[in-house]
Design a protein around this ligand. Structure first.
Ligand code: ADP
Ligand code: ZN
Length: 435
């Protein structure tokens, strides 16, 4: 069975990595210029010719691509290979609007699955493992990506897809799953269901989880790790760059190593587009240097993030990205203050609540309102009005300390907030509906 610890690449020194990236980038720019009229027009407009790109140091000269471009060019406008050479189409989940589609040649599918295989290997996966894939299958890349990676590592793969949670647990027990792959919100739901079925982590054989596709906090990680008795690893990616596996966590769990032999990252100022120095927080941009059918150059992810290069205890030299702090469009501006759902999640879990909550923002009498419904567990539940009010006040105070603005907290009865089997919807911004 192939070994997916790619030491030659994953531990490559920086100069060599830059050389490899540069060689691939030069070829890729040529390929895109010749085959994608949409991007060629952007380069021409900026006055950039393929010959101007000689190494990664010239990357900043290229024009950006955005989600709006993908929507405009939908469906075939960014395709760089004839459809007869393509073997797959996947699509985004459509979290923030109209879906976009991505195309893959067999080379692209292999590249993607290799990246995921590195991620599974970094989480300790080998051909001895039973890997339960509970991401949704279909056009969404989660299921297909982890499925393909699991095959490459040689794990015994259980293509469960998401949903039917009790059956997930039943199979987990009957077939001895050791690795669980799904969204973190679904992992939390599976953990909760396990306990409701009267079971404990001792009743299952899971040792690791590979969770991604949505933002999740360190507090959420600890909640999941405890409820399932596992080590939980983060994995990042987006359909536009192939899918999950662009970056993955190693045993150190302090950020995700980017597969930078395939995806060159940059951090830019989202307002000005200027490239920011390493360590700054800004918008993450990727250039896919080795993909054939859908090779996006300088694609703006809208994910806010930070890059750091340093020695990692796992031995990998691949640059690391921090957990994305959310998309630039997840950030809510409430009464002039920038608020991320993850900040609220952190406080809730610290205060002993489960990560079942819903944030509603509205505007009344020209002032923004922030309402947070938080579910009580059966033990926290009380039918004494005064008890509940005291708890709501305490929680609102803790959130105010974190955000600087006061929310209205509503503690709601156990099980009243819908659980997620895929990407959780945590925010309803009604101001957008009025606009
Ligand atoms: P959509 O943009 O419609 O949700 P995708 O399914 O392609 O489509 O999702 C990609 C997005 O999911 C990323 O841009 C990012 O915002 C989010 N994402 C993926 N993995 C993670 C992760 N590990 N942590 C935080 N956010 C993530
Ligand atoms: Zn590492």
């Amino acid at each position: 069975m192939a070994n997916y610890w790619h030491e030659d690449i994953e531990c490559m020194d920086l100069a060599e990595m830059k050389k490899l990236q540069s060689e691939r980038l030069v070829k890729q720019v040529q390929h895109v210029y010749e085959n994608v009229p949409y991007y060629r027009a952007k380069m021409d407009e900026k006055g950039v010719k393929p010959a101007d790109i000689q190494s990664v140091d010239d990357l900043h000269k290229l024009p950006f691509l955005s989600k709006a471009d993908l929507r405009e060019a939908y469906p075939y406008g960014l395709l760089a290979k004839p459809l007869t050479e393509c073997v797959r189409i996947q699509s985004t989940s459509g979290t923030t609007g109209k879906r976009v589609v991505a195309f893959y040649t067999q080379h692209d599918v292999d590249l993607w699955e290799d990246c995921v295989a590195r991620a599974i290997t970094a989480a300790g996966g080998t051909s001895d493992d039973v890997c339960q894939v509970a991401y949704g299958y279909g056009l969404f890349t989660g299921g297909a990506g982890l499925h393909g990676g699991s095959h490459k590592v040689g794990c015994l793969t259980l293509p469960m897809s998401s949903g039917n949670t009790e059956r997930q647990i039943q199979f987990m027990r009957d077939l001895g799953s050791t690795i669980l792959c799904c969204t973190p919100s679904y992992a939390a739901y599976i953990g909760e269901t396990l306990h409701e079925m009267g079971l404990t982590p001792d009743d299952i054989s899971l040792k690791a989880g590979i969770f991604g596709a949505e933002p999740w906090t360190e507090e959420m990680r600890r909640t999941i790790e405890k409820s399932l008795g596992i080590k939980a690893y983060d994995i990042y990616g987006l359909t536009e760059t192939s899918g999950p596996g662009v970056a993955f966590e190693c045993s150190e769990q302090t950020g995700m190593h980017i597969n930078e032999d395939h995806f060159i990252p940059e951090i830019i100022d989202p307002e000005t587009g200027e490239v920011l120095p390493e360590g700054s927080i800004g918008e993450l941009v990727f250039t896919a240097v080795d993909k054939e059918a859908f090779p996006l150059l300088r694609y703006r992810t809208r994910d806010l993030c930070k890059l750091t290069r340093g020695k990692c205890s796992c031995g990998r030299t691949l640059i690391k990205m921090c957990k994305p702090m959310g998309r630039s469009d997840d950030m809510m501006i409430i009464r002039g203050v920038n608020v991320f759902p993850s900040q609220i999640e952190t406080v809730l879990i610290e205060q002993g609540y489960a990560p079942n909550y819903l944030i509603e923002v509205d505007r009344r009498n020209n002032s923004d309102t922030l309402d947070i419904s938080v579910e009580m567990s059966a033990e926290q539940f009380s039918d004494k009005m005064k008890d509940v009010q005291d708890k709501e006040k305490a929680l609102a105070g803790a959130i105010k300390t974190m955000l600087g603005i006061s929310p209205k907290v509503h503690l709601v009865s156990p099980k009243s907030i819908t659980r997620s089997e895929g990407k959780a919807v945590r925010v309803i911004d009604k101001r957008k509906l009025h606009d």
